[in-house]
Ligand binder design. Structure first.
Ligand SMILES: Nc1ncnc2c1ncn2[C@@H]1O[C@H](COP(=O)(O)OP(=O)(O)OP(=O)(O)O)[C@@H](O)[C@H]1O
Length: 898
């Protein structure tokens, strides 16, 4: 048995963090002869001869006859106090609860042998120790809850609710058997808990039997649940919440019915008591044999409820109480037999870790890193000089994907031409006002009834996501997650309906379609929802053609087909980096979806005070995260997450605390401090000169015809030794962000993410190219005077600013806000000061301090400041080879890291 005490508790973890198999701890407690027994001149037939052995004699006296010795983990003689029983046996098991391990302690024995006497004492000492522990560990926040039931005549009752209702047992796939509608009270302090314990004692069914005037006629289960997490806002432990419960089970007397019975009521009780104890005994006996087979926990409510403690994931201890009196020798023998079987039962104790969303993201990141490192293990490249090699390798992968794209493009064309035919047909049908067999021009073109037309697939609305207003469309679709993503608002040529996943539903048989509605279903919303004017087919045709244009324009934006120095031979080939980025963002999208539910929960918790039932967010590591479908837009991401998507707040939060409000100054300085790292990193990374590329990328112009922004930047004096190429590129990006009205959250994410690793330059390049495209799209909209498209993008950034301004109050203290207004020159009595501030952010693209401060403010508002790496992992955009420690991504390492 492992010893856990005091401060070591939180560091304790079972070997390998996985389940730790251990035997049930079995103790025997002998009580002294009571007054009645003494009065009857009873003699003692039981004696503890050492700390682990008890002798039972069938004869007149324990030393006469032929005593049988029974050995247990611990035996306590009549004179032992309950304190000794607790300290020397029970404490070790019950206090596992504070380290996240469920534990259970049973009292088993015949009536009047001292079960209640022992359990009350043990519960009392446990309460003291738990609260002692909590006081010594004020770096962690604890939430304690209490519930209590009794099982009387196979009926479960809530001891904290006096209405006597019968409670149902439900089977929960994740939590096992749960008691429905059970009262669970959040504890304030030890006095509160003791008050509740007395209340349960008063509520419990007792009755008079010949052996015990206040005999407990029911099985009582008291349960204290403890959840704890670090109080520190940025603590490494914060992301891990541990949660466990300790149960105190005081069973009803194990005597035979006839033995203690004095009335019909007692007889009925005795039958039920015996039935459940018999089921308990059977379960224990089967478990003790090791060869488990089917264990029928469902034979009684008692065994159903106690299932986790019997061979489950709890640490379990059984205290068998005995009367030494000769008159009860048979009952004592039964108790000792039960104890002997219980000794052989094993459980698999396990730390119950509840992962916060943040920890879940970290976990997924690490898992990803591990998988990536496995993939790369053949090359094991690590130094910056190896980056070109990595790039080459990636290019190879990209070429492979490009081939796939070509193949899929062919397939799409084929499908389109069939859709074309079919639409024409439907056009005819619509024209004739009727869809009947005559519509089909000839028998061959008419699909047979109940026959599918397998290779015609309907374009359907693609799942789009628009996180922070960016990266919304996947042009190729889910089956081939390679495509080009671009900002929805700036890509007005493509509507949701057009951006399709060609792997839609298989066409239904034509014969089943005999009405216009049928036809509408047949060709799908994306086609029939076209404007009524003109032929729907014609419109679709044009739009399908347009759909290809952006793809081509991305490829063709550089006249000589150079993308990052790689020649692109096929005009349909996409930029490798675009492809890589897309893959990353799809991954990010998935992670966001996976965490969104928890994040929303987190927000709910922040907004209200901590309720009894919602003390903690987060998921148990063993549970699969639910993946609610979600479509993001820039305002959603800000409003619903209450912060950056990867930065799900604390697993345990009531209201935002003062600690949470990390000062704005700290954030700004941390961002400023990290800028030199980029500078240093630049030197190590072999980069091509961007000057020529950059100039060519602006509308295919030569260096002489630079964009005005670039020209002005070229005239700038380089600041503090930054490589001028990078400065120019970065400033161009800042300008383009501004002119393309790119989401502030995106700018901040990007700016904060890509500044520590020399290889990040690649992403700046990619971002630049993407922005060039967006800018062209913008220009086109302007040229076409497409006020709708332009208004849409302005609206989206305005919404974002409004959303950010709304969250300012929560994220900044009044003083901080005041000093921000002062600093940013916002008049004291002017209106909408928060919005004014938001409108200024990211505006001065020539001033690096302005940029860093803007990023710090936005980061603070969406809580992303210290998590660049986490976000980067989510974007899956690091070329860094994984650190070896990441390869051992087990729960164990996760916990250790925390
Ligand atoms: N170790 C002990 N030392 C002194 N008195 C004890 C001890 N154990 C039990 N007693 C006394 O014996 C009496 C019966 O104890 P208790 O009610 O705990 O028995 P029980 O096993 O719970 O009985 P039942 O199953 O009928 O509820 C009580 O008055 C209690 O104070």
């Amino acid at each position: 048995m492992m010893t856990i005490d005091g401060d070591e508790l939180l560091q304790w973890e079972p070997p390998g963090f996985g389940p730790c198999e251990e035997k049930v701890l079995v103790m025997v407690r002998l009580r002294p002869l009571n007054e009645k027994e003494v009065a009857r001149n009873e003699i003692s037939v039981l004696e503890c001869i050492d700390e682990t052995t008890i002798l039972l004699s069938n004869g007149l006296h324990v030393h006469s006859g032929n005593p049988t010795a029974f050995k247990f983990d611990k035996v306590f003689r009549g004179g032992s106090s309950t304190k000794e029983v607790y300290e020397q046996g029970a404490k070790d098991v019950v206090m596992s609860v504070v380290s996240g391990i469920n534990s259970t302690i049973f009292a088993y024995g015949q009536t009047s042998s001292g079960k209640t006497y022992t359990m009350n004492g043990i519960a009392d000492y446990t309460v003291s120790d738990i609260y002692d522990y909590i006081h010594k560990h004020d770096e962690r926040a604890f939430v304690l809850k209490f519930s209590a039931i009794e099982i009387y005549n196979e009926v479960v009752r809530d001891l904290l609710n006096s209405d006597n209702h019968q409670l149902k047992l439900l089977d929960d796939p994740e939590r096992g058997t749960v008691v429905e509608k059970l009262t669970e009270i959040t504890l304030q302090d030890s006095t509160h808990l003791r008050r509740l314990l007395s209340m349960c004692e008063a509520q419990r069914r007792t009755g008079e039997t010949p052996l015990n005037e206040t005999s407990s006629r029911s099985h009582q289960i008291l349960k204290i649940s403890i959840e704890s997490s670090s109080r520190e806002f940025f603590s490494r432990d914060k992301s891990t919440t541990i949660s466990a419960s300790v149960s105190f089970v005081d069973l009803a007397g194990s005597e035979r019915a006839s033995f203690a019975v004095s009335s019909a009521t007692r007889l009925k009780e005795g039958c039920h008591i015996n039935r459940s104890l018999l089921a308990l005994g059977t379960v224990i006996r089967k478990l003790s044999k090791g060869n488990h087979g089917h264990i029928n926990y469902r034979d009684s409510k008692l065994t159903r409820i106690l299932q986790p403690s019997l061979g489950g994931n709890a640490r379990t201890s059984v205290i068998c109480t005995l009367s030494p009196a000769k008159s009860q020798v048979e009952q004592s023998k039964n108790t000792l037999m039960f104890a002997t079987c219980a000794k052989e039962v094993s459980t698999k104790a396990q730390v119950n870790v509840v992962l916060s969303d943040k920890a879940l993201v970290t976990y997924l990141q690490k898992e990803l890193a591990r998988l990536e490192s496995e993939l790369r293990s053949s090359t094991s490249l690590s130094s910056p000089s190896d980056y070109p090699e990595i790039l080459r390798e990636k290019n190879m992968q990209i070429l492979k994907l490009e081939n796939e794209i070509r193949e899929l493009t062919k397939q799409r064309r084929l499908a389109e031409s069939r859709v074309h035919d079919l639409l024409q047909l439907i056009g005819n049908i619509q024209a004739s006002g009727q869809l009947d067999d005559n519509t089909w021009e000839n028998e061959d073109s008419k699909p047979k009834s109940s026959q599918k037309v397998p290779d015609i697939q309907i374009p359907r609305q693609s799942q789009t996501s628009n996180i922070g207003g960016m990266w919304s469309h996947d042009l190729v679709g889910n089956s081939n997650r390679v495509g080009v993503e671009m900002e929805r608002s700036n890509f007005s040529e493509i509507s949701d309906d057009e951006v399709g996943d060609i792997s839609g539903n298989v066409f239904p048989s034509a014969n089943s379609v005999n009405q216009k509605e049928g036809a509408a279903q047949l060709i799908g919303r994306s086609v029939l929802n076209q404007p009524k004017s003109g032929s729907s087919y014609g419109t679709k045709d044009v739009k399908q053609h347009n759909m290809e244009k952006p793809l081509k324009s991305i490829v063709n934006h550089s006249p000589d087909q150079h993308i990052l120095g790689r020649e692109v031979s096929d005009p349909e080939t996409l930029s490798p980096i675009t492809l890589e980025l897309n893959r990353s963002l799809n991954f990010r999208d998935n992670v966001y979806r996976a965490t969104e539910q928890g994040l929303t929960d987190d927000v709910e918790q922040r907004e209200g005070t901590l309720s009894e039932d919602k003390g903690f967010s987060g998921r148990r590591i063993s549970l699969r995260p639910k993946l609610p479908p979600s479509i993001y837009n820039s305002s959603d991401v800000i409003l619903s997450r209450n912060g950056s998507p990867s930065l799900a707040g604390s697993p345990y939060t009531g209201k935002i605390t003062g600690e949470e409000k990390v000062t704005y100054k700290e954030e700004t300085s941390s961002i400023n401090a990290s800028l030199p790292k980029l500078k240093a990193g630049w030197g190590q990374f072999e980069v091509q000169s961007f000057d020529s590329q950059v100039s060519q990328m602006y509308h295919g112009t030569s260096e002489k015809e630079l964009h005005p922004v670039m020209i002005s930047q070229q005239q700038d004096t380089p600041e503090s030794g930054w490589p001028p190429e990078f400065q120019r590129l970065q400033k161009s990006i800042f300008d383009l962000w501004q002119s393309c009205q790119v989401s502030l959250v995106h700018r901040t994410h990007f700016f904060l993410l890509f500044q520590n690793d020399p290889s990040d330059i690649v992403y700046w390049e990619v971002e630049f190219k993407r922005l060039i495209f967006l800018n062209q799209s913008f220009e086109k909209n302007r040229a076409m005077n497409d006020s709708n498209a332009l208004a849409l993008s302005s609206r989206s950034i305005r919404h974002e600013r409004e959303s950010l301004s709304k969250s300012m109050k929560k994220k900044f203290t009044k003083e901080e806000m005041k000093s921000l207004y002062l600093k940013w020159g916002i008049e004291k009595h002017s209106k909408c000061r928060k919005l004014q501030l938001m409108n200024q952010l990211w505006g001065d693209t020539t001033n690096m301090n302005h940029i860093a401060e803007s990023a710090a403010i936005v980061a603070r508002l969406v809580r992303m400041s210290e998590h660049e790496e986490a976000l980067k992992g989510m974007f899956q955009l690091s070329f860094k080879s994984s650190h070896p420690k990441h390869t051992l991504l087990t729960c164990n390492s996760l916990l250790c890291d925390q």
